[in-house]
Design a protein around this ligand. Structure first.
Ligand SMILES: [Zn+2]
Length: 276
């Protein structure tokens, strides 16, 4: 066993044996303040053979902690380590555990979104968070982004997570940060939506109506051409029930226009036409 893996195994055993485990369980610890533990979670093979119920609960809890970390962190290196740790846990989890992992992570990440947190982010933290979500992790054998994992995964909060990422990208654009970076983020965001276009009519029939409308309004803000392209696709490919939902959504987003609520604490000038 490699020294890194031995250390990781020891740290995980220590967590499981903590006398204060119950308290730890109720209060998400700051993993970033336990640097050794955070790095241990990124070690390949840390999670090998960890498929029992106890490990399932531990993974869910750690995914929740990783999500809670995101709102406190602005340091790009630590955020990147959090992303790698999440990918490592997800890649080592059987399919039936993935929804719990994604739901736990996304719930913690998007929760502050409901509290208008985004406008207060410093530019450096904003960029670091976008890189964390949209850039592939550092794992040599499975370079994949958190955005692609969550969008393709079975989690219940994927639309809320997509809104969160879209708001961050829109803030990046509104603050006049490098245009080429904004464009790269937009391209990566929509690349996945285009690749999974056949699934989107189904996605838009499920979950809360407000969330579906909110998702589309932010997508239109970033790239209105995507919505028009989707509508044309759905016209020829969606079933009758899906078409009825899409028509409801189309009427609502036309009536409401772009979302302003997510930016109301941030001073910005009127929206410029989509750069995409
Ligand atoms: Zn919004």
């Amino acid at each position: 066993m490699s020294p890194a893996r031995t250390r990781a195994a020891q740290l995980i055993r220590r967590i499981l044996c903590l006398p204060s485990l119950e308290k730890w369980w109720r209060t998400p610890p700051r993993l970033s303040t336990h640097g050794a533990l955070l790095h241990a979670l990124t070690v390949e093979k840390t999670w090998e053979h960890s498929t029992g119920d106890m490990y399932s609960s531990l993974k869910r809890k750690i995914c929740e902690c990783l999500g809670a970390e995101v709102k406190h962190l602005s340091d790009a290196d630590t955020l990147s380590t959090v992303a790698t740790a999440l990918c490592q846990i997800v890649l080592a989890s059987p399919t039936e555990q993935l929804q719990l992992c994604f739901d736990a992570f996304c719930y913690r990440v998007v929760k502050p979104h409901q509290e208008s947190w985004a406008p207060r982010l410093e530019d450096s933290a904003l960029c670091a968070r976008l890189d964390m979500f949209l850039h592939p992790n550092d794992l040599p054998r499975a370079r994949i982004s958190i955005w692609s994992l969550i969008w393709a995964g079975p989690g219940r909060h994927k639309l809320e997570f997509a809104i969160h990422v879209a708001v961050l990208i829109a803030l990046h654009k509104r603050r006049g940060l490098p245009v080429s970076d904004t464009q790269e983020y937009i391209d990566e965001f929509f690349r996945l939506l285009e690749e999974s276009i056949a699934e989107i009519p189904g996605v838009l029939c499920l979950g809360g109506l407000d969330i579906r409308i909110h998702f589309i309004r932010h997508c239109i803000e970033l790239r209105s051409a995507w919505w028009n392209h989707f509508l044309a696709y759905a016209e020829g490919n969606a079933d009758d029930r899906q078409k009825r939902w899409i028509e409801v959504l189309r009427e609502e987003v036309e009536r409401l226009g772009p979302c302003t609520k997510c930016y109301e604490e941030y001073p910005y000038t009127e929206l410029t036409p989509s750069i995409a």
